[in-house]
Design a protein around this ligand. Sequence first.
Ligand code: SAM
Length: 251
Amino acid sequence: MSTQVDVRLENERSFHDDRYRDESREAQDKYYEGLEESDSRFRAFVDQFKPGDRVLELGCGIDSLAFSLAERGVEVVGIDISSVAVGLAQDEAARRGVDGVTFREMNAEVLEFEAASFEGVIGTAVLHHLDVMCAYSEMARILRPGGRSIFIEPLGHNPVINAYRNRTPGNRTEFEHPLRCEDFTLAQRYFDQVHVEMFHLFSIVSSPIAKRWWGRPIHRSLSWVDRRLLKISSRLRWHAWIAVAELRGPR
Ligand SMILES: C[S@@+](CC[C@H](N)C(=O)[O-])C[C@H]1O[C@@H](n2cnc3c(N)ncnc32)[C@H](O)[C@@H]1O
């Protein structure tokens, strides 16, 4: 008999297998064009890993960060529940001929690694697909003392963004849950320091035109407004679209 967890994991696996086989995400991708600011903040955290460090990427998909990290001498293991993603990532590794990168099919909530075996864990838009409690507990277990987890994830408090999500259910899995304040509070049980930065409030509107010559100044202006507002208003912070989180000091 399958449990609720089995149903959720199977839903995630089959949704993403289909998506990676199909690759017809263009309609939604335009909304991600204006995410440079949060992306570069995330990259700045990730770039702090040093040659020789061992880093685990959860939910690596096919746009894995493993390749750029491996070019700097970081050893990376990418895992994903989707066998299609893992197969495509392995093909890409072979095509590029990169050393120090391996990809494995695995559930991020039950990691098949020894305790204290990584300096870092990273993830792009994956935590909100997981049971965060299991994921935090597993990350804290496999990280070495002083290790860090770094994530970039969508937030779930903004009613306008949530209304859009409700109108486009086909773009999401049934069980994904953009992160809420309480998801980060839970992380404090497993990590000594939980640092979260928020990005994109009004600039969500200009994100689809951020790469056009005429849209660029609009996006820049709205991003400037966002930076100021998100700095001064702790209430508005949680209504942002994207969070970059660094979890330090596994317990
Ligand atoms: C939104 S996609 C992000 C993929 C990739 N990180 C990127 O930025 O393109 C979420 C990924 O998490 C994976 N995933 C979902 N649940 C998972 C689980 N329990 N264990 C491992 N990976 C999972 C999915 O297969 C998918 O590749």
